[in-house]
Design a protein around this ligand. Structure first.
Ligand SMILES: Cc1cc2nc3c(=O)[nH]c(=O)nc-3n(C[C@H](O)[C@H](O)[C@H](O)COP(=O)(O)O)c2cc1C
Length: 376
């Protein structure tokens, strides 16, 4: 067998967890939860169970509160009913020898008042429309101007993360991951275009990062650091208000440096999805985002976004990174671990099924052993 393939399939220790391989399932919102109620379903159990051979599954984003929602069909993790439903999923993954973290998610301004029963506006650090498309029941709608969070809203959001971390523990997850990247609430505090506060949560970098570290400290009252991970980095979608600005890198460098004190399970880092030419991040194309992070963050790093299997193998065998997270390939290949091991071809993607409510494009991607063989 190819020596290189062995590294991606070799075990990895993350804190006190022993991963059987370095092939990680990236967090993927798939909108198969119940509505209303945002309760995980049996179909979701089947989907995660199918992918339990991953070294570690990071769950789809799961809301820490009713106020944190903003995507039709996504699940929550903020009440007993949701937590019990997640328990069916974690038990199924464990029964197949897998490990699963819950991704804790607050969407902030990436939401709409129509999601809230009383028509309240979504919450955000400042009343600034992020100009993003929001997933509603029948398609996409432009975001609106959110409501600026009061100090008591901020305290409540921190407490919501803490409570959700407890629900995750009760549900049998192996750990939690903070969604502190891309365009959601924690990033809305970090980014100066969405945070124009003049109090302790806005202005300089330390203030903009305060919410993130308060959330992290709250979650660490429930979980040991080795079971807590974070998804963050300079990756934005470069659309609407989420464009890299000169302070983007300095902000992230501050965050990486401070995170070093925490000895977390890992950092999930995204390579760029957008074209960075002409932006302040032009030097961070491709793997350069990793090279930059490595200079500032000294813990385990899982790299993600558009990584071909051969390149994934090179990155882990050269010890540039600890593991690779696959997103879209995990949507289409429940047995990705096995396929990469034997060098089998990968199933083609069916993006029309990324979001939806049915098993089509969700649990019906074939396993290699299930592909029918026809005699000619
Ligand atoms: C359908 C879909 C849903 C996603 N949902 C989430 C999510 O809930 N949380 C998150 O952090 N990233 C989410 N992402 C981003 C993925 O985790 C990953 O970064 C992205 O797919 C790029 O990796 P890939 O090139 O391996 O697919 C999503 C991506 C896709 C395609």
């Amino acid at each position: 067998m190819d020596k290189q393939i062995n590294t991606l399939h070799s075990p990895l220790i993350l804190g006190d967890l022993h991963l059987k391989n370095r092939i990680i399932m990236a967090p993927l919102t798939r909108t198969r939860a119940n509505n209303p109620g945002h309760v995980p379903t049996d179909l979701m159990r089947e989907y995660y169970e199918q992918r339990a051979t991953a070294g570690l599954i990071i769950s789809e984003g799961t809301w820490v509160s009713e106020r944190g929602q903003g995507w039709y069909g996504a699940p929550g993790l903020y009440n007993i009913e949701q937590s019990r439903a997640w328990e069916h999923i974690t038990s199924a993954v464990h029964a197949k020898g897998g490990l699963i973290f819950a991704q804790l998610w607050h969407q902030g301004s990436i939401s709409l008042s129509e999601f809230f029963e009383d028509g309240r506006l979504p919450l955000a650090p400042s009343a600034i429309n992020p100009l993003q498309m929001v997933h509603v029941k029948d398609g996409l709608k432009m975001s609106e101007v959110p409501q600026e969070m009061t100090l008591s809203d901020i305290q409540q959001a921190v407490e919501d993360f803490r409570k959700s971390a407890q629900f995750a523990k009760d549900a049998g997850f192996d750990g939690v991951q903070l969604q502190a990247g891309y365009i959601y609430l924690i990033m809305q505090f970090l980014h100066e275009s969405t945070n124009q506060r003049t109090d302790l949560y806005g202005g300089n970098i330390e203030n903009r990062a305060r919410f993130l570290f308060e959330v992290l400290d709250a979650v660490l009252t429930i979980w040991p650091a080795e079971r807590v991970s974070i998804k963050t980095g300079p990756m934005l979608n470069e659309q609407g208000i989420f464009k890299a600005v000169p302070s983007t890198l300095k902000t992230l460098e501050y965050v990486y440096n401070k995170l070093n004190q925490y000895k977390l399970s890992h950092l999930l880092l995204m390579r760029q999805l957008a074209d960075l030419n002409g932006t302040p991040l032009v030097a961070l194309q491709g793997d350069d985002v990793l090279n930059h992070a490595r200079k500032h963050y000294f813990g385990k790093i899982i790299l993600n976004v558009d990584i071909e299997p051969d390149h994934a193998e090179n990155l882990v065998s050269s010890e540039e990174v600890d593991a690779i997270a696959f997103g879209r390939e995990y949507i289409a290949n429940p047995d990705l671990v096995e396929r990469l091991l034997i060098g089998a071809s990968l199933n083609p993607q069916r993006p029309e099924g990324y979001y939806g409510s049915s098993p089509e494009g969700y649990t019906d991607y074939p396993f290699i052993s299930h592909i029918p063989v026809f005699n000619s």
